[in-house]
Design a protein around this ligand. Structure first.
Ligand code: DAH
Length: 360
């Protein structure tokens, strides 16, 4: 057997033995690659005498052509086999239900929903939204809101204090959204008409209290604002929010350092059934605190109390959500349980509007 024939036999054996596409590629490189056995033979042609070349040329070129064809054929065979094997392995059950898209499956948290609903209501009355930091100075959280130094009202709030800085000043996690009243007054001249939704913090935790909770603050300042406006705005809000035609509210005298006079507001309701109903019944439920902005607070905010007056209120958003949508335990709000959110959550593309319906 000539040198060429024995090389051809051994390459053909390797081709036949290669079991996958990687193996056949290795055979191709070993034979036809730059330094492959067949390529080396071809390079050798240049050094031969014309007579030798006349015989060796066709033999080597023939060898190359047969090896190339055999490799191409084996490659195709192996590719077909791989596809057949994959088709057998990967079966598709066409009777399975279509998987929901994230837009279908995702849910808006009830707190975000309620914030969107409240925002829609107050935006319709001409209010804008204001926001402030969760980490507040003692000044904005207490002093500028007319809490005197050492006054027991500071203790009422179960405040989370941060480590003191080099001057001994301790920042706090804001205990209410009221500090944003001062920040807004500093930044803008009256007339002011804002609502402030946001996170607030107090050291308290049980079924109806969470250490982080949400409030909505409201602030209106102008020259002739009085308690009648306060009452009207809150009644309109409650009717729109609870989606009822009438509500009866009761204003009880109360105390907050930042308002004078101050009120706590109860809303008439019926608690005899499994869920609370508003606009009917003989029970009362406290829902918010409010009052006329204290002159000292206006002064701290850089506004002249002889020229301007206004009203403010603060309401618990989590509680509003519970009252409207009936979640029994506040702690579940923040437990990140996907079963809870898929039950109580809202569809992401159903935006609350006054004309389209808040909760439908
Ligand atoms: N900041 C009060 C609290 O967290 C709530 C409040 C009461 C806010 C009366 C007000 C207000 O703006 O006028 O307990």
């Amino acid at each position: 057997m000539s040198q060429y024939q024995s090389l051809e036999t051994s390459i053909m054996d390797e081709i036949a033995a290669s079991a996958d596409e990687a193996a056949i590629e290795a055979v191709r490189v070993a034979a036809l690659g730059k330094k492959g056995s067949v390529s080396e033979l071809l390079k050798g042609l240049g050094k031969m005498t014309p007579e030798e070349r006349q015989e060796a040329g066709p033999a080597i070129n023939g060898l190359k052509a047969r090896v190339t064809d055999a490799i191409t054929a084996r490659k195709a065979e192996l590719r077909d086999a791989a596809i057949t094997e994959r088709l057998a392995r990967e079966t598709v059950d066409v009777s399975l239900p279509v998987r929901q898209s994230p837009v279908e499956r995702g849910r808006i948290h009830p707190i975000s929903q309620v914030v969107d609903e409240i925002t829609a209501i107050f935006a319709d009355m001409g209010f804008s939204i204001a926001e402030g930091p969760d980490i507040e100075t003692d000044y904005y959280n207490f002093t500028a809101l007319n809490f005197p130094d050492g006054h027991p009202a500071r203790e009422m709030h179960d405040t989370f204090f941060l480590e003191p800085d080099e001057n001994g000043d301790r920042k706090v996690l804001r205990t209410h959204t009221s500090p944003v009243q001062i920040r807004t007054m500093e930044a803008q001249q009256p007339p002011i008409r804002i609502v402030i939704p946001g996170k607030t913090y107090r050291q308290d935790s049980d079924a109806t209290h969470s250490p982080m909770f949400h409030q909505l603050e409201g602030l209106v300042i102008d020259k002739t604002i009085h308690v009648g406006h306060l009452r009207w705005a809150l009644e309109e809000f409650c009717k729109a929010f609870f989606e009822v035609d009438t509500v009866t509210m009761r204003f009880r005298p109360s105390f907050f350092p930042f308002t004078e006079p101050s009120f706590e507001v109860d809303i008439q309701c019926d608690r005899s059934g499994p869920t609370v109903k508003f606009g009917e019944g003989s029970d009362w439920m406290e829902i918010l605190g409010c009052g006329m902005v204290h002159p000292n607070v206006l002064r701290f905010g850089g506004i002249n109390p002889d020229e301007y007056q206004g009203f403010a209120w603060g309401i618990g958003i989590d509680r509003l959500a519970t009252l409207k949508y009936g979640m029994p335990d506040l702690r579940d709000y923040f437990s990140a349980d996907v079963r809870w959110i898929s039950h109580y959550g809202f569809r992401p593309l159903d935006l609350p509007t006054l004309f389209g319906g808040l909760s439908t």
